[in-house]
Design a protein around this ligand. Sequence first.
Ligand code: 5GP
Ligand code: MG
Ligand code: MG
Length: 183
Amino acid sequence: MKAEDVSGELKEILHTKADIDRRVVELAAEIDADYKDKDVLLVGVLKGAIMVMADLSRALSGQYPMDWMAVSSYGSGTKSSGVVRILKDLDTDLTGRDVLIVEDIIDSGLTLSWLLSNLKSRGANSVEICTLLRKPEALKVEIDVKYVGWDIPNEFVVGYGLDWAEQYRNLDCIAILSPHVYS
Ligand code: 5GP
Ligand code: MG
Ligand code: MG
């Protein structure tokens, strides 16, 4: 879906499909360079990270196995609950593995800081984070994020995997949702 299909519901386009394509390729080049002699497991966080995982993994060189987790944090609203629950766990044993978490967005950072310590406690050799988007709130939490696509304003965004009540995930760009849609 393109922005013009839902233009009355979007306040502003932050990153076009072309911006995203370019930035994802840059992130992939950094990751390839950093992990060139390692066997990395990509861990995507469902469902928001599906698009970035699909594009990032294809832009990487060589084998990058992937696995998925689903955790609850937001429900269908727009505010983090602070309560994290595993809805779907990994199939992969992390013992001795180098893990790269692939995320769509870090907002409060509550989900990721919880996920980070959870994955580290499983005996991984290293756990790093790649997120396409990061909001300023996240900077208040102690999380070391190795790869960030963009820092964005503190507004609710949709598209490229990011939803509001399961809608807008298939929008091909990243846009600020008009508050009239959810208020
Ligand atoms: P956090 O725990 O960092 O506050 O947020 C975790 C999850 O909430 C993200 O992975 C994402 O799924 C969702 N989220 C946070 N901010 C936004 C946003 O602006 N738009 C959408 N659609 N989801 C968000
Ligand atoms: Mg997410
Ligand atoms: Mg969501």
